[in-house]
Design a binder for this molecule. Structure first.
Ligand SMILES: [Fe+2]
Ligand SMILES: [Fe+2]
Length: 217
């Protein structure tokens, strides 16, 4: 299949699998489910640092220069998001010095062990970043309802434009690297796996936190 046609189909598949994750957040919003904003922002801290580490770990493992640079820039952006969220948490009275980097997590373990460039682009930039963008929209709606305009502003003006750019870059890189049946099959499987693992992990976390409106990365 021509890469452009493949990526078009993969994008439709991604959107279909993402829909229930977004819908879970909308249900929490409609229910007026409570949630502790500081706790939800700590989820963002954990996600931002995990994805910064992942992107950085992939830089030396990808031989393609444009992919290396995309991942290195992403790692820097995600570190910037960590900093923005940490500053917001401090302003809300949370002692950021007490935050510990998250331990092992099945989704990030799966991602870290992917062995090809095309799978890393598909799973990371293309799939994970689209989840981040979508769930952050629900998180912003949750903050808006609580009257937390400053957190909404940080996401709207700084974090979301980056997450969208990461996803678009993933799509462009797939157009270039998802060539041939083997690469396309691997990319499709990686996108399916990330969405499946994210849906399961987020459903579990929503039980613990009392809302599905927590942010991504
Ligand atoms: Fe991101
Ligand atoms: Fe981020």
């Amino acid at each position: 299949m021509a890469p452009a046609v493949f990526v078009e189909q993969l994008d439709a598949f991604r959107a279909e699998r993402l829909a229930p994750i977004v819908a879970a957040g909308r249900v929490s919003l409609a229910d007026g489910a409570p949630g502790d904003a500081k706790r939800l922002l700590q989820v963002a801290l954990a996600n931002e640092i995990s994805v910064a580490e992942l992107a950085a770990a992939w830089v030396p493992r990808c031989v393609e220069v444009d992919v290396k640079i995309a991942l290195a820039r992403q790692a820097g952006d995600e570190a910037g998001h960590f900093q923005l969220v940490a500053e917001r948490l401090s302003a809300l009275g949370f002692d950021v010095a007490s935050f510990k980097a998250p331990g092992a997590n099945p989704l990030f373990d799966y991602l870290a062990n992917l062995s090809t460039t095309v799978e890393r682009i598909a799973a990371g930039l293309f799939a994970l970043e689209s989840i981040a963008y979508a769930v952050n929209e629900n998180f912003m709606a949750f903050c808006e309802r609580r009257g937390d305009a400053e957190t909404v502003r940080i996401y709207r003006d700084f974090i979301q434009p980056d997450e969208r750019a990461h996803q678009q870059l993933g799509r462009q890189l797939l157009d270039k690297y998802a060539v041939g049946p083997e690469a396309q099959g691997a990319a499709q499987a990686a996108v399916a796996k990330v969405l499946e693992m994210a849906a399961a992990g987020r459903a579990q976390a929503a039980e613990r936190m009392g809302t599905a409106c927590f942010p991504g990365c």
